[in-house]
Design a protein around this ligand. Structure first.
Ligand code: B12
Length: 370
């Protein structure tokens, strides 16, 4: 995605700029506040000493005002200690931003990032790019060469146009998991969206999705929470780090899942590779029986258990487990190949550890390019 942003944003963010259009304002209604508290607590409690430190979670926690101070400290310390050699350029940029949001000095991480950026081919689309461009646009000093401002203005306009095209009638921008960052972008950009944007409608639809349990993955929460709190990544330099209001909200008890005696469901699972090497072409299908409510990962495990051709490998990322290889055919960043998951012909909008297939659903893992 927007590597561009992820790198320059931590270096160049600035105070929110002057707006040249009237944006619609929005906020979480009081009656729905507990929903937002609920997902924040869920996100904060995902931070443990054994989990991989996620900088986006720390940024969200600090922008929202952390409840769990221990988790905040643990995450800050882990990110502080992280070895830059283990991080991609985007992860390094997010780590620097996260440390800044905790009022910690990222030290030599910034110069390492700067050096990496010199040989990094930027691609600049999407919400993060809009945030970074806005940040830089707001920093262009008065009296600097006009061409510079015009250039930024044009690129920003293009980026905002791309986001505007994705605004749906129910307020969702792209899909529910891209809406958080898109909201941030539209709420700071000096450029008017090409399509009218009703922020409250977006917020209300997202709150309904939260009510339906669609935001349980900590990373999905980290990307939506700032917008629900009226914050954006451009607010990071203004975060106050003095101890404050860390009182955990009292939340209604979550109903614990009742053990089910319902019969198993059948998921039709296909693995398909038509991309790599003649000897590796395959298209295999298996009916897999699992407990109702199982996530797709359980289907994959059961398929692997029954037939070695369905063997797969996973890699841990900020969003959780990615299926990186099936039947010895592995994703490859240089070749831009990956295993895409579909239900019927529709790509899934969640990963295998979150998506719950229904009875007789046909899931395909298709090796393809992005
Ligand atoms: C780029 C991207 C991809 C690329 C990543 C390859 C690469 N080297 O760049 C590709 C095309 C491979 C990809 C695949 C998928 N993606 Co994707 N992806 C993104 C995107 C646009 C940016 C991620 C990024 O670069 N972050 C910045 C870097 C610095 O952070 P990072 O943590 O190092 O990034 C890594 C993870 O994000 C990981 N990743 C990317 N997508 C996904 C999806 C899942 C489920 C997991 C666990 C990890 C993961 O790959 C990145 C590079 O290693 C995000 C959008 C977003 N809002 O985050 C969607 C996003 C994370 N992807 C999403 C989805 C659904 C998928 C797929 C499941 C789609 C599908 N139908 O198959 C698959 C994964 C399938 C699998 N094999 O397990 C959703 C996740 C929503 C959710 N609730 O889980 C997002 C939020 C898009 C959206 N709005 O719907 N993705």
């Amino acid at each position: 995605m927007t590597w561009f942003t992820l790198h320059i944003l931590p270096l160049l963010w600035a105070a929110a700029g002057t707006s040249t259009w009237t944006r619609s304002s929005c906020s979480v209604p009081l009656a729905k506040q507990s929903l937002v508290d609920g997902i924040q607590v869920l996100m904060e409690n995902s931070v443990t000493s054994s989990t991989h430190p996620n900088p986006s979670v720390l940024i969200a926690m600090n922008l929202a005002g952390a409840y769990n101070v221990e988790a905040q400290k643990l995450l800050t310390d882990k990110l502080m200690a992280s070895d830059t050699a283990d991080l991609t350029i985007g992860q390094l940029a997010l780590t620097i931003m996260a440390l800044n949001s905790s009022c910690r000095d990222p030290g030599n991480k910034v110069s390492i990032l700067q050096r990496q950026m010199e040989t990094w081919p930027p691609s600049n689309t999407g919400a993060m790019a809009t945030l970074a461009l806005t940040c830089m646009y707001n920093k262009i000093p008065e009296g600097s060469e006009e061409g510079y401002r015009i250039l930024f203005s044009q690129v920003l306009e293009e980026a905002v146009k791309n986001i505007s095209m994705r605004i749906k009638d129910n307020g969702i921008i792209g899909d529910i998991y891209s809406t958080g960052l898109a909201m941030q972008a539209l709420s700071v950009t000096p450029k008017q969206p090409n399509k009218e944007w009703n922020c409250q409608k977006t917020m209300d639809t997202i709150l309904t999705e939260i009510e339906h349990g669609k935001f349980h993955n900590p990373m999905s929460i980290a990307q939506i929470l700032p917008s629900l709190k009226g914050k954006t990544y451009l607010d990071v330099p203004h975060v106050s780090c003095s101890p404050g209001h860390e009182v955990q909200p009292t939340l209604p008890n979550q109903p614990s899942p009742v053990p089910t005696t319902a019969p198993n469901i059948t998921v039709i699972y296909t693995i398909n590779n038509q991309l790599r090497g003649v000897e590796l072409f395959f298209n295999e299908t298996m009916d897999v029986s699992v407990k109702p409510g199982s996530v797709l990962l359980v289907v994959l495990e059961e398929a692997q258990r029954r037939n070695s051709m369905f063997k797969f490998e996973t890699t841990m990322t900020s969003w959780g487990l990615v299926v990186s290889s099936i039947n010895n055919v592995a994703e490859n960043v240089q070749e831009r190949t990956y295993w895409q998951f579909l239900s019927g012909k529709t790509p899934l909008n969640e990963g295998v550890a979150d998506y719950k297939p229904s009875d007789h659903e046909h899931i395909t893992a298709n090796f393809t390019r992005y």
